[in-house]
Design a protein around this ligand. Sequence first.
Ligand code: NAP
Length: 502
Amino acid sequence: MSKSTNSRDTVAGVAVPTSLFINGAWRQSNGGRLFDVADPATGKVIATVSDADTTDAEEALAAAAQAQQTWGLTSPRERAAILLAAFYAVQAKRHEIAAVITAEMGRPLAESLAEVDYGAEFLRWFAEQTAHVHGDYGPSPSGAFRVVTTKVPVGPSLLITPWNFPLAMGTRKIGAALAAGCTVILKPAAQTPLTAALLVEILADVGVPDGVVNLIPTNDAGGQSKALMNDARLRKVSFTGSTTVGSVLLRQAADHVLKSSMELGGNGPFLVLHDADVDAAVDGAMIAKFRNGGQSCVAANRFIVHKNVADRFTAELADRTAALKVGEGTIAGVGVGPLIDARQRDKVHELVADAVQRGARALCGGSLIEGEGYFYAPTVLADVPSDARINHEEIFGPVAPITVVESDEEAIRLANDTPYGLAAFVYTGDGARAFTVAERLEAGMIGINRGLVSEAGAPFGGIKASGLGREGGHLGIEEYLETKYFALDLTVPSARNEGAAL
Ligand code: NAP
């Protein structure tokens, strides 16, 4: 089967581009190959997308390198105007985009709308950041000359995004890159290329010049990224995804000493201390655990609860979890959609089965849901032994394992007992204790009496095996800037001044 140059499929009533976008034009891949996109709620194919090969990737990089020459010289206000127009255009299409997100990755529609609002904010935030990129001027320590610094765009950037937040992961990277004056090649996850195509179409519609944003959906992520990272014209890779793939990319980046940003996996601890407001902790836990069905890198992975509040917290969390409605994201009142695919659903069940086999009790759920799609019953596990795999691996599913502790000290020790360090959560009624504990948690982001940390205006990122760099906040744009320094000697008269004196 082949498709026309600028082909579209209708998904959830929305006509979505299914081609590559290179140098300002929608077109099919050179090899003419296609791949399918399926709805995880049904397993059925909803679109067929052009599959970029290495010649397409090379053309995308050539376009980005060419466009860099002019885009890098545009004024901050010019770039801001385009990003702000994109912010409003995404908002204007929020229902269409949300419908496509739900169709290709399964999340309940209300959550997809929330992702569109969150994702759009990165475009506005980085539009606002363009005019706040500053240099420095001052004397060298000896006073012999002046130290002058400025910031310049890094250059053409490869952006690789995961399927779990297909819009926001794109805007978080593209917003920062474009604001800094970088051109980009976006490689979306093969499971969710449709939302990325809608975003790129919006960017083109609001006036992003040809070659500044290029889109290469592909079913061979490793092949395309390796080819691009071997090309010296590429200056940066920004990746969001698993720690395993992130490590591979870092090794590849070493060859050309490529500037790298890595937003990787997590194993978020959720601490409920003895003086916590239990109702608030359960509210926070529901968000931290079940948003996106647990398929979030900042999801609470392990619940570490003080024995004084453990019975109440566990009972309330199990009641609220058992009441969650599971089903297709388009159905009103659904709180948990399907997992992304059968592999992920089976992995979640494997972790639950391992915990139960080691002595954990499933207070609700504990099984996959037979039938169409990849659904897993929302689960609360009590009495989870510390050596259970579920305490050490990223679950990425709707399962809350609870471990009871006797002190803050024990809670902190267990929380830090992981190679990851992305998000953590602490619930306590004592402000000083909150900070004393939070300061000792090895995580890049810590929710204090709050189950949601994501915010365009805040620095998102991890420590340890959870990544390098920050996205969003004031630091996000820095990932796409280099500092250039001029040593200026004011004691040497310039030739021009000397000439004028003659
Ligand atoms: P993944 O397998 O690492 O995939 C992420 C992206 O990398 C996809 O676009 C994927 O393409 C691509 N990819 C896969 N293998 C590659 C390779 N060898 N070279 C270059 N690119 C490659 O992760 P995932 O399963 O999609 O996402 C889940 C993971 O992402 C979790 O660990 C989660 O914690 C993490 N995550 C982190 C953050 C954060 O900000 N820290 C945010 C969201 C998710 P294909 O789709 O074609 O395989």
